[in-house]
Design a protein around this ligand. Structure first.
Ligand SMILES: Cc1cc2nc3c(=O)[nH]c(=O)nc-3n(C[C@H](O)[C@H](O)[C@H](O)COP(=O)(O)O)c2cc1C
Length: 199
């Protein structure tokens, strides 16, 4: 097992928060080892308990494990850069969400927000279990829809690569150079008391 860098080794917060929030990050180096079915399902179990508007739970996760017949179709969706490092993932996931409520067919304004919450629960559970969980936007959304035979009322949100951590030497030089926890905007940049002043 390679050295598992914790975010708190390179990240500092202005205020005291639980280490989990800064320890979690999105590595790209994975070992190519498989996960057991239970290891993978445990992450979806965490996602299942995320909050959502009306408790509608609009998320639906589609997955392919690396040895399964579905892997090539999922792998093909990604841009070349993401393929270059996810080739060592144990599972690829496409996150989708239902854009209209099941109970009345009306637009579910927060379906993407809810799916994002579920992703974060999955990511934190993965971190706690010592797994790489890395979200991706770099894939073909239309191809994902047709590959999954996704009904019209669902929206493709993102993909996720999941795997056992690997040695950074498995990455190409440029990607290895980025293999470290990133920083964040300041609180002052993202939090505003009251409305913005008129321009
Ligand atoms: C929705 C979403 C899409 C992302 N898309 C990609 C991607 O296509 N390729 C990639 O290498 N990283 C991708 N990332 C990873 C982000 O770059 C990363 O989460 C961000 O830099 C913050 O770093 P951290 O997760 O290590 O804290 C994505 C993350 C999210 C949440």
């Amino acid at each position: 097992m390679p050295k598992w860098i914790r975010g708190s080794e390179v990240r500092t917060t202005d205020l005291l928060i639980d280490a989990l929030f800064i320890d979690r990050w999105s590595p790209r180096a994975m070992s190519g080892e498989e996960l057991t079915h239970e290891e993978l399902m445990t992450l979806f179990e965490a996602a299942r308990w995320a909050p959502s508007s009306y408790n509608a739970q609009p998320w639906k996760f589609f997955y392919a494990t690396r040895r399964s017949e579905h892997w090539p179709a999922f792998f093909r969706l990604m841009v070349e850069f993401n393929q270059s490092w996810t080739k060592n993932a144990a599972a690829l996931v496409v996150v989708t969400s239902r854009t209209v409520f099941e109970h009345n067919g009306k637009p579910a304004q927060t379906h993407s927000f809810d799916a994002g919450s579920a992703f974060m629960s999955l990511a934190l559970q993965g971190w706690i279990k010592g797994l790489v969980v890395h979200a991706m936007q770099g894939f073909d959304y239309n191809m994902a829809r047709s590959t999954l035979n996704l009904p019209e009322e669902f929206q493709v949100e993102a993909m996720i690569a999941i795997g056992k951590p690997g040695d950074p030497s498995v990455l190409d030089d440029a990607t290895r150079g980025r293999e470290t926890p990133s920083q964040r905007k300041s609180l002052a940049e993202i939090v505003h008391e009251g409305p913005l002043l008129d321009a």
